[in-house]
Design a protein around this ligand. Structure first.
Ligand code: GDP
Ligand code: MN
Length: 425
């Protein structure tokens, strides 16, 4: 059973099926949110044109005096520093020593496709780059990279700050090889972060003096922004201690709980649909709860629970569902047609199982909807098995059987299952 679909499709509060619970945003947007709550971040300017990159660097130079810059690809994936731009071989995070190097560096990244350990083998188009001041400048003290994340610990019902001295690198391997180097601080959401907790974090990170003090402020601001932005996760890797003992966020991954987006229209506007599955985006626009999966049996179901059960049944037969799709309460012809079109966008689909329970919606109306949608769409090249149960199920079966279309009908679930099996073998 696909538990990924469960967690991604059910609202934890009202049980209303939702497409997803989380919205990812770009680093530059995340840094904007954090800095709005007083978190110190590496300064930068986002651009989407080569010409603007040099201007941005000049402005940064005027503001901070920096001569060195770092150019950072903006995609919804981490590991950019070690990733490679397919077209040019450049990495996704590159230091540019001097103003004149900025243009060449941006040329190697902007408009290319960046492949990282997190992009599942397909390079992601880089349509924006962030031009930042270099914050790893030499000075009195060593720079140090830490790891810090804020998330909810569902087991204890508390918020949690996870942090480590081993920042900058792949935190998963730190967790695996040296788990003792990862600390946890649990925060009671009713009490909020206490002063002693922020001090404990700074202490465990080995800080003293000005850096210690700055870290306690950083942690307090970070926690405040986590709570007030309705985020479900923050991951700041690295948090940097500069050579002059300041603490700042060099990278920022922010995931927002999209059930709370109605409270933050400015965050909702940050959604970058080009980073999401295009079919899921299209389904969302017409109000269908659709999650693409990897199998070959398309499912069209009403109700999230029945959709889960249908997916279970497909798995029990030894097949894999191609999607989760809840058409909701109004399974009329227009809606059924939208759902068919979305399911059929996936080339892996070899059969479609329509499993609808007619409670408020009558089965005969749904059957008519299926027939009308089918006729409207012309030839559909995959077998369709329609199982309608509930009010007027017998009439519905008759409508399907007498339609003359290549649609198989069933009333019992077992019968539907057998027909799916026949269709696929
Ligand atoms: P990620 O690879 O996608 O996680 O991107 P990051 O924003 O974490 O950047 C990757 C790495 O680039 C960081 O871990 C740093 O080591 C390095 N880096 C980032 N900003 C700077 C900078 O201002 N100067 C230098 N020298 N290195 C930087
Ligand atoms: Mn990072």
């Amino acid at each position: 059973m696909c538990y990924k679909a469960i967690s991604r499709t059910k609202s934890p509060i009202f049980g209303i099926p939702k497409k997803k619970n989380h919205m990812n945003i770009h680093e530059y947007q995340a840094k904007g949110i954090l800095s709005g709550f007083g978190v110190t971040v590496q300064r930068g300017k986002v651009v989407d044109k080569l010409e603007d990159a040099v201007t941005a660097a000049k402005e940064l130079n005027a503001e901070t005096g920096t001569e060195w810059f770092v150019v950072k690809a903006q995609i919804h994936a981490g590991g950019r520093g070690k990733g490679t731009v397919e077209e040019t071989g450049s990495h996704g995070v590159v230091l540019a020593k001097g103003l004149d190097k900025v243009e060449d560096t941006v040329k190697g990244i902007l408009g290319g496709h960046l492949e990282t350990a997190q992009t599942n083998g397909v390079g992601k188009l880089v349509s924006k780059v962030l031009i930042c001041e270099d914050v790893y400048y030499p000075g009195e003290a060593e720079t140090e990279e830490f790891y810090m994340s804020v998330l909810m610990n569902r087991a204890t019902g508390k918020n949690m700050i996870m942090y480590s001295t081993e920042g900058g690198m792949d935190i998963e391997s730190v967790a695996e090889n040296t788990p003792e180097l990862i600390f946890h601080e649990e925060i009671d959401p009713g009490l909020g972060l206490q002063g002693f907790q922020a001090r404990k974090i700074a202490f465990n990170l080995g800080l003293s003096g000005a850096a210690f003090k700055d870290m306690t402020k950083f942690v307090a601001a970070l926690y405040k922004s986590y709570v007030n932005s309705d985020s479900s996760m923050f991951e700041i890797n690295p948090v940097l201690k500069t050579s002059d003992n300041r603490i700042l966020a060099v990278d920022a991954k922010v995931t927002i709980d999209d059930n709370a987006l109605y409270r933050h229209p400015d965050y909702a506007a940050m959604r970058d649909e080009s980073e999401e599955d295009p079919t899921e985006v299209e389904a969302g626009k017409v109000g269908l709860s659709y999650v693409k999966l990897d199998g070959n049996v398309g499912c069209m179901v009403n109700g999230a629970g029945l959709a889960m059960a249908t997916m279970d049944m497909i798995k029990l037969l030894g097949f894999e569902p191609a999607n989760f799709l809840d058409v909701g309460g109004t399974a009329d012809a227009a809606r059924v047609e939208q759902a068919f079109r979305i399911i059929l966008k996936d080339p892996n689909v070899k059969a479609i199982l329509v499993n609808i329970f007619g409670g408020i919606v009558r089965c005969d109306r749904v059957a008519q909807g299926v027939v009308d949608a089918y006729k409207n769409m012309g030839e559909i090249n995959v077998p369709i098995i329609v199982r309608l149960q509930g009010t007027n199920a017998v009439e519905a079966k008759k409508i399907i059987d007498e339609s003359g279309l290549k649609v198989m009908s069933a009333i019992a679930l077992k019968e539907a299952a057998e027909k799916v099996q026949q269709a696929l073998s």
